[in-house]
Ligand binder design. Structure first.
Ligand code: S3P
Length: 213
């Protein structure tokens, strides 16, 4: 707990975070595998903060006038990734109000997208594979890359190191939406007078510059 408090104090001096407040608009990007709860947590967090909420997949669908499965069917995964990267780029360029964004499961695995999101805080919703697969099976959403259990597991292992590059990791197991949102708010200091959360971790990557001492 003591270490977390120290990290959070240092977080406020981080240069990359200066940029999002200086721009006058705040945003936070939720990162994680399929069925990790990005959209549910994002909606609830936005409601609590009175911020806008954008689900990147829904945003892509409205721009492209096709569903995600239709884009995969007609253009393959490369076509979907192009649409995803363009939609994310345009979204970050056009933010006018404080916004919580739920990314797709593959968004943060792509280096160009991670680079684009460097000025903004990101939160990895960390859940074990078994739990994700169980939730994925119970959820009616069609996920072109989430049909086969071994491919699901392979993708999860491949992407974990990228997800861990998010600003903050929040372990989701056994927590309800309210406590997850409260933990995110405390850790990213979205509310005045709050302190660091117990189990959230701020990525060591964010403390790699000499300016943080
Ligand atoms: C994908 C996850 C989906 C969606 C698309 C690709 C992925 O989003 O973006 O089907 O590559 O993991 P969710 O994580 O919201 O299911």
């Amino acid at each position: 707990m003591g270490a977390d408090l120290g990290l959070t104090t240092r977080l406020t001096t981080l240069p990359r975070f200066v940029s999002w407040s200086a721009m006058g608009v705040r945003a936070v990007f939720l990162v994680g595998f399929m069925a990790s709860g990005k959209s549910s947590v994002g909606q609830e967090l936005a409601r609590r903060l009175n911020w806008d909420f954008v689900d990147l997949d829904a945003h892509i669908e409205s721009r492209e006038r096709q569903t995600v499965p239709e884009i995969f069917r007609d253009r393959g995964e490369p076509g979907f990734r192009r649409a995803e990267a363009t939609a994310l780029h345009d979204l970050t360029e056009s933010l006018e109000r404080n916004t919580v964004v739920a990314l797709g499961g593959g968004t943060f695995a792509h280096p160009g997208n991670r680079e684009l999101l460097r000025p903004w805080p990101s939160v990895f919703l960390d859940a074990p594979l078994e739990e994700l697969w169980q939730r994925r099976r119970e959820d009616a959403t069609i996920r072109p890359l989430g049909e086969d259990p071994s491919e699901f597991a392979r993708l999860y292992e491949f992407r974990l190191p990228f997800y861990r590059q998010a600003t903050v990791t929040v372990v989701t197991s056994g927590k309800d939406l309210a406590s997850l949102c409260a933990e995110i708010e405390r850790t990213l200091q979205f509310r005045e007078g709050t302190e660091a959360a117990g189990s959230s971790q701020i990525s060591p990557d964010h403390f790699s510059t000499g300016e943080l001492q």
